[in-house]
Design a protein around this ligand. Structure first.
Ligand SMILES: C[S@@+](CC[C@H](N)C(=O)[O-])C[C@H]1O[C@@H](n2cnc3c(N)ncnc32)[C@H](O)[C@@H]1O
Length: 208
């Protein structure tokens, strides 16, 4: 199963299941990052169904996603089918880029962050909400054991078992955020852990 097709297959159920799996906290985690981003023109990278739209305030939002099925459910006025690794926008054309629950699905984090650095204006910020594993080895093992049982069960109930098995595996795909965002073309402003056992992270980076 490819990274792109998994969301196409579950587009209609995505928001509901995401809310259940996060115990209703997914929007609060998005909000904690969005409040650290400047006003103006914002790119929602991997914006999917537009779950974050209600917390963008009066920003001028461009939603980008490779899945036309996810984007067709997104109420944003400006929508673009594309990938983060190759952004179809000019240099310095955004005040902010936001990306929630997307980075572990990217083909290349390095290429995407380089593209984000290109399209941000100086002083512009990238805010990322991501999922991974808790920091401590014991908590990570506990979380891995739990999610490998819970996610396939939720997937089976939702009629999308294979997709949720993929989502569980993707939690181990990337290094921890403390390593992933250590050396990028952007300056790190803040990085913190959220959620049960700290398996959710927020990071804000700035173009100097
Ligand atoms: C878990 S959903 C998150 C959607 C939305 N950001 C949210 O907060 O609900 C992940 C999204 O990333 C998109 N995606 C997958 N690969 C991508 C890529 N290379 N570049 C940009 N978006 C990608 C998927 O199509 C999907 O809509």
């Amino acid at each position: 199963m490819s990274n792109g097709s998994v969301f196409t297959d579950i587009a209609d159920k995505y928001d509901r299941i995401n809310r259940i799996l996060s115990f209703g906290r997914d929007q609060v985690w998005r909000q904690r990052v969005i409040e650290k981003l400047p006003a103006g023109r914002l790119l929602d990278l991997g914006g999917g169904t537009g779950a974050a739209n209600e917390v963008f305030g009066d920003r001028d939002v461009v939603a980008l996603d490779p899945s036309p099925e996810m984007l067709s459910l997104n109420a944003a006025v400006q929508r673009t089918v594309a990938v983060g690794e190759s952004l179809p926008f000019g240099d310095g054309s955004f005040d902010a880029v936001f990306s929630a629950y997307v980075f572990r699905n990217l083909d290349s984090v390095e290429q995407t962050v380089a593209e984000v650095a290109r399209v941000l204006r100086p002083g512009g910020r990238l805010g990322v909400v991501g999922l991974g594993r808790p920091r401590s080895r014991g908590a990570a093992a506990l979380h891995r054991a739990g999610s490998s049982v819970v996610l396939p069960v939720v997937g089976t109930i939702a009629g999308a078992r294979e997709e949720y098995v993929y989502l569980n595996r993707s939690l181990d795909k990337l290094p921890p955020p403390e390593v992933l965002f250590e050396d990028t073309p952007l300056r790190k402003v803040a990085l913190w852990r959220m959620g049960p056992l700290g398996f959710v992270y927020g990071v804000v980076l700035e173009k100097v």
